[in-house]
Design a binder for this molecule. Structure first.
Ligand code: NAD
Length: 332
């Protein structure tokens, strides 16, 4: 069985080649994205493997169908980049990786909080310059602080467990509160109460039409002065213009983002010799209390191992028609 693999990075090849030892698929890796321009690469493939920025619109799905592709395997959880109706019409099966190592994302969230609080990134550079002064490095104890968690699913739960270990009080907001968490001392409150009372607010809900720009001017106006806001979920949860305004007004203590509204034009690439036209990310990067990482919260050995194993396992099952249509892994 031949798989054409798009948007391949060296680490993808490393983990997929390792997992493929048990399957023996013929995998052809391509660095380029999947789109109308790259359909020629698909000739002879039974399946294609795609990532978050590959475009699988109706035109691409038709092109895949013409070339005999039967399976689209997404090596990510999100599927907003796939025209599922078109895939269904053409009889192409689509699968994904709905969950992989929530601890990876939760731990990166904590790393971002600790970095901006204790300023280890600044201390590292200072000491390398033989500057041993502590001025400007003052942080605060996490113990006893109130952390607001929006979205208490797999990642939110893993994050709460760590923050409770630091001695934090947890306020939570979710459309579907979890009784088991409430028993462990997590207090579910209305969103407004959470925004008003938390020292740290961390977003762990998916981006939906209902919560687009959840963190906007109005939400920001309710927050405590000096609040730390962390977003490792999806860029569209925060209105970038509004947060820049709040940062300029010195109302936000720290902003930590692993995701960004316009990230598809920037992230996963080396643009170090390029003039970046996005003025908003440039403005965000200029604040001393903003920490940006480029969608790397998932990026651990364990998560990549799971992604590769589940993706190739999905393809193997679909190839043998063993995966029922209502499987959480299967989309079309
Ligand atoms: P999950 O489905 O287990 O949990 C999501 C939770 O959010 C659920 O409890 C759900 O009820 C809740 N929710 C949905 N809409 C909400 C709303 N409007 N307000 C409050 N709560 C709401 O998902 P998960 O595995 O915990 O992942 C959470 C998010 O993390 C994903 O949607 C994805 O955007 C993001 N993510 C980021 C990375 C990364 O590398 N940065 C990696 C994986 C996932």
């Amino acid at each position: 069985m031949k798989i054409t693999f798009f948007s391949a990075k060296p680490y993808d090849k490393q983990f997929f080649d390792r997992s493929n030892e048990t399957h023996g698929f013929d995998i052809e890796y391509h660095e380029t994205h999947l789109g109308p321009h790259s359909l020629g690469l698909v000739d002879g493939a039974d399946a294609i493997c795609a990532f978050v920025n590959d475009k699988l619109n109706a035109e691409v799905i038709a092109g895949l169908h013409e070339r005999g592709v039967k399976v689209v395997a997404l090596r990510c959880a999100g599927f907003n980049n796939v025209d599922l109706d078109a895939a269904k019409q053409r009889g192409i099966m689509v699968c994904r990786v709905p969950a992989y190592s929530p601890e990876a994302v939760a731990e990166h969230t904590v790393a971002m909080i600790l970095t901006t609080n204790r300023k280890t990134h600044k201390a590292y550079n200072r000491v390398r310059e033989q500057n041993f002064s502590l001025n400007g490095l003052l942080g605060y104890n996490l113990s006893g602080k109130t952390v607001g968690v929006i979205g208490t699913g797999k990642i939110g739960k893993a994050f709460i467990k760590i923050m409770q270990g630091f001695g934090c009080n947890i306020l939570a907001y979710d459309l579907y509160p979890d009784a088991a968490l409430a028993e462990k001392g997590v207090e579910y409150v209305p969103l407004e109460t959470l925004l008003q009372n938390a020292h740290i607010i961390s977003l762990h809900c998916p981006l939906t039409p209902e919560n687009h720009y959840l963190i906007n001017q109005q939400a920001l106006s309710l927050m405590k002065p000096g609040v730390t806001i962390v977003n490792t979920s999806r860029g569209g949860l925060i209105n970038t213009k509004d947060i820049i305004h709040a940062l300029k007004a010195k109302r936000v203590g720290a902003l930590c983002i692993d995701v960004y509204e316009q990230e598809e034009k920037l992230f996963f690439r080396d643009l170090s010799s390029t003039i970046i036209e996005d003025d908003e990310i440039q403005r965000l990067m200029s604040f001393p209390n903003v920490l940006i990482t480029a969608h790397q919260a998932f990026f651990t050995e364990e998560a990549l191992t799971e992604i590769a194993q589940i993706t190739l396992g999905n393809i193997a099952q679909l190839a043998e028609n063993r995966m029922p249509p209502d499987s959480p892994f299967r989309l079309a």
